[in-house]
Design a protein around this ligand. Structure first.
Ligand code: SF4
Length: 279
């Protein structure tokens, strides 16, 4: 049994919160560069250049990519041969979020849903735990902004609606979202499981790097097909019109109940933040 201290978890979460908010992924930046060459709208090309410049300033001046530094969504894959010592795991994560958002001068966005009173330190984190084989802990911090999360949806289709129903639901969601989720977006789709499982699958799908297709060739084809349909909507960067509406579509699928077809769409804005570390 390998021992990992709660203090180490806190340190790693703190650093990942700051890193994710300051440093946009290379895959996203490369996608912006490619899109400038293919985007048909001059305004759209201008927006993409601004997004690259914004990311450069954030990286060099150690400032957040966006004023909305998001709720701290934390995925943990804990090896079953790991023993966390010296404290409560969830409190260790929340402590890391508290310290990261404070030390990184990141906006605290967590509040009571009814009174709207801010919790003051961006906790509680949204924590997803998985127990996996091995003796390591993989931590992924994916800050999620409100604008794009608000455009996300879960639905229960009838089984008869099948794959065509899934594609139509996703494309319609992107169309109705318009400029609200700060396009170009990335679309995470979760199909199957139960209502809540489909939502987690959709969120997890967003952790893939751009261009990383589903290993199932049939699902990979569907991802590409949905991306083309989204491109044809004409929403464009920041909704000013154009072809660069989404940078990628990721679909994850699991078995579901014989009477159900749960589908979740998690819309991710261009500030697609996620950083990971393995202890
Ligand atoms: S949707 Fe994304 S880019 Fe737009 S304000 Fe929210 S976090 Fe920032």
């Amino acid at each position: 049994m390998r021992e990992i201290s709660a203090q180490e978890i806190t340190e790693v979460v703190k650093d990942l919160c700051i890193d994710a908010n300051y440093n946009l992924g290379e895959d996203i930046l490369s996608a912006f560069e490619r899109a400038i060459k293919t985007e048909e709208s001059p305004t759209g090309r201008g927006v993409l250049k601004e997004l690259i410049e914004n990311a450069r300033i954030a990286r060099e001046e150690k400032a957040p990519i966006c004023q909305d530094c998001g709720l701290a969504v934390v995925f943990l894959e804990i090896g079953q041969d790991v023993h966390i010592t010296g404290g409560d795991l969830k409190e260790a994560i929340n402590k890391g979020v508290r310290q990261g958002y404070e030390q990184g001068y990141l906006r605290k966005s967590s509040c009571n849903p009814i009174t709207r009173k801010n919790t003051g330190d961006n906790t509680p984190a949204i924590i997803h735990l998985d127990i996996v084989p091995g003796d390591t802990v993989k931590i992924t911090v994916a800050p999620k902004g409100g604008g794009s999360e608000n455009m996300s949806r879960v639905t229960m289709l009838t089984p008869a609606e099948g794959m065509e129903g899934i594609k139509d639901f996703v494309v319609q969601r992107v169309k109705e979202s318009g400029s609200n989720p700060c396009p170009p977006t990335i679309i995470g789709i979760g199909v199957g499981g139960t209502l809540e499982r489909s939502a987690i699958l959709a969120k997890k799908a967003l952790l893939r790097s751009l261009g990383q297709r589903n290993p199932d060739p049939e699902l990979a084809k569907i991802e590409e097909e949905i991306l083309v349909r989204i491109k044809n909507l004409g929403i464009g960067p920041m909704g000013y019109g154009g072809t660069t509406t989404s940078l990628d579509v990721f679909l994850e699928m699991e078995p579901c109940h014989i009477a159900s077809l749960p589908v979740a769409v998690n819309v991710q804005c261009h500030a697609a933040r996620h950083k990971e570390a393995v202890i």
